[in-house]
Write a protein that binds this ligand. Structure first.
Ligand code: ZN
Length: 277
């Protein structure tokens, strides 16, 4: 680190450079000659409540080997940033964590980084896709919950046509108890559609090992899911999840007592726990 300054937009600007040392040509390996610097600006994770910019004084190198195709090249370090990346690797990890663990929106991340929506999205989309494709999270699921979720109330036209696509999502949740007997509801997946078909397709995609491991499948009182469970999970017991038991009871109570606000009370009393059985 060479310098830390505050710029006119109240951002911290941190200037960095790598340790000096010999560098081999990236193609032929011959010891390269230093040939000045190139300043590369990167967006870093926020610090002290402010957006941060990194100015990386990258070393430029020239290959002295006449037979080599490489004239000059600039140093790269994927631990700092991907080649041609706009965000540092640290900023990517931070934004990824905000979305995955803190339920942040891209817009909120964009504001904290002091950059554009597209910049953030293009940087973290490959990381989110890789995480979504990682099947490791499906291992060891013995209690499987499913629920529907309406995530918007606007046009269901395709996104390309100005709508927001399907409004119902089907969410799968791991409700398996840990060694201490505690249930940590862990969202496994969200797929478009609310019909039993969405759940059935998802179960089919998980394969036989996954399905054989599921001993209890909870469901909300929507019959399509029950069909999918009966169809796909031969060995599992289907139970109504506690949240929906509470919800149904609440609705019955509300009708009887002519109140609308009981919901929170009852849910709070139930400790908001999605009990498996
Ligand atoms: Zn070379």
């Amino acid at each position: 680190m060479i310098a830390v300054e505050r710029d006119g937009l109240d951002r911290l600007v941190v200037t960095v450079e790598s340790e000096p040392g010999p560098m081999g040509c990236r193609l032929c390996g011959v010891i390269a000659h230093g040939h000045g610097r190139v300043d590369v600006r990167l967006v870093d994770a926020p610090a002290f409540g402010r957006p941060v910019r990194i100015v990386w004084r990258k070393r430029r190198w020239v290959c002295p080997e006449p037979a080599c195709e490489v004239n000059s090249f600039v140093e790269q370090d994927e631990q700092v940033a991907a080649p041609r990346g706009v965000l540092t690797a640290r900023a990517c990890r931070w934004a990824f964590g905000q979305i995955r663990r803190e339920y942040a929106r891209v817009n909120g991340i964009r504001r904290q980084l002091g950059t554009g929506w597209r910049t953030v999205w293009d940087s973290i989309k490959p990381l989110l896709q890789a995480a979504a494709e990682d099947e490791a999270r499906f291992a060891g699921v013995a209690v499987l919950g499913v629920d529907e979720h309406v995530w918007h109330h606007v046009s269901t036209k395709p996104i390309e046509d100005g709508g927001r696509g399907p409004k119902e999502l089907t969410g799968m949740v791991d409700l398996t108890r840990d060694v201490n007997g505690h249930t940590r509801a862990r969202l496994l997946d969200l797929v478009p559609g609310r019909l039993g078909q969405a759940y059935k397709t998802w179960l089919t995609e998980r394969g036989e090992d996954f399905k054989a491991g599921v001993k209890i499948a909870t469901l909300d009182p929507f019959h399509g899911y029950k069909n999918a469970i009966d169809d796909q999970l031969d060995d599992a017991r289907a139970v109504l999840d506690a949240f929906h038991v509470v919800k149904v009871r609440h609705e019955a109570l509300c009708v009887r007592m002519e109140v609308r606000d009981l919901h929170r009370l009852v849910v709070a009393a139930a400790g908001l726990k999605l009990r498996a059985a």
